[in-house]
Design a protein around this ligand. Structure first.
Ligand SMILES: [Zn+2]
Length: 341
């Protein structure tokens, strides 16, 4: 019998085809024997590696450990026993019943065309919350037989590499800028339809929302997302422009909004190229609740004595802040810029 390890092909798919071929060959050779599921068909037999060959002791050991590995890694104690754990079998698709084993032609097409072990393993790890160290160890064992599989749990699970993200440290926490342009491009890729009633369909009007949200009861850690939504298209889908996380709210509003403001300025000046068209861009509105509005504008909070947005008057405290004067002078742009009260 020819071992698949004798001649390692360059391509992973070629390798897989060879494995399938070897499996078929083994199946033909052993078709007279009544090898049932209950007798414990080993992985090595399935992939056509002759575990009895002297050179393949390591492979045989590896497969033995693999098969006796319990689903729950904490209770894995049967290291030396050669037993097929029925749960484990359930999580190895296409190897779990005699139907696939006996039907070699369907096994062949399944393996070469559809079956993606890495994806299946990845789902299994996430479903049963398998410890990542255990997954890495398992992958090292499987790698002997299936070199196309990754060696590390992080690669298998496609864990994002945090070094790829330019997370900025700003006062109070960290900030990541997803970007307005990338949100608009995604909107375009998803096939947005300009609202036919809009006067200028080549103009994208962005509504912005800034708010803080606590995410745990036990700590003060909070997220401050900057969200955007184009209002003059038919399917309005909000997207994240930037995200701040920290133990307090952003310590400096300038640092927090810096990337967003810079990008919006650029987009307003030059527009944005989507497909073959340049679209104009402008901020439609900024929506915030009262505390976030005061924070973004760096004004007094809504519970402060001069907390009214609309007029200049000192409030009265009647177990909560009230503003009883109805004819107080209105606030003006000049007042705002010169930070009057
Ligand atoms: Zn007022």
């Amino acid at each position: 019998m020819t071992s698949v390890l004798d001649d390692v092909p360059k391509s992973y798919w070629t390798k897989r085809r060879r494995i399938v071929k070897s499996v078929n060959k083994v199946m033909e050779e052993t078709s007279d024997l009544d090898v049932g599921h209950d007798e414990g068909l080993t992985i090595t037999e399935m992939v056509g590696i002759d575990a009895t060959r002297p050179g393949n002791n390591a492979a045989a050991d590896a497969s033995r450990s693999l098969i006796s590995l319990e689903c729950d890694s904490a209770s894995a104690s049967s290291g030396s026993e050669l037993s097929v754990d029925s749960d484990m079998c359930d999580h190895i698709p296409d190897f779990d019943d005699g139907e696939h084993i006996s039907d070699t032609s369907s096994l062949s097409s399944d393996l070469s065309d559809e079956w993606d072990l890495a994806d299946q393993l990845s789902n299994w790890v996430l479903t049963y919350n398998i410890c990542k160290d255990a997954v890495t160890a398992l992958l090292h064992m499987l790698h002997v037989h299936l070199p196309g599989l990754p060696l590390d749990a992080r690669t298998l699970l496609k864990t994002p590499d945090s070094s790829n993200y330019k997370i900025k440290t700003i006062t109070g926490g960290s900030y990541y800028h997803f970007g307005v342009a990338s949100g608009l491009k995604k909107l375009y890729d998803d096939g947005f339809v300009a609202n036919s009633t809009a006067s200028d369909t080549r103009l994208l009007e962005l509504q912005v929302n800034v708010d803080g949200l606590p995410i745990y009861k036990s700590t003060n850690y909070q997220l401050w997302p900057i969200l955007g939504m184009v209002v003059n298209v038919r399917d309005k889908v909000p997207f994240v422009i930037g995200l701040f996380g920290g133990q307090t709210k952003p310590g400096s509003i300038s640092e927090y909004l810096c990337a967003f403001v810079d990008e919006c300025r650029g987009l307003e000046e030059t527009g944005i190229l989507l497909g073959f068209d340049v679209y104009g861009f402008r901020i439609h509105s900024i929506l915030c609740d009262a505390p976030a509005r005061a924070f973004v504008r760096k004004t007094k909070g809504h519970t402060g004595y001069y907390g009214c947005d609309r007029c200049v008057q000192s409030g009265k405290w009647l177990s909560k802040m009230t503003f009883p004067e109805v004819a107080a002078p209105k606030r003006t742009h000049v007042d705002f810029c010169s930070k009057v009260d």
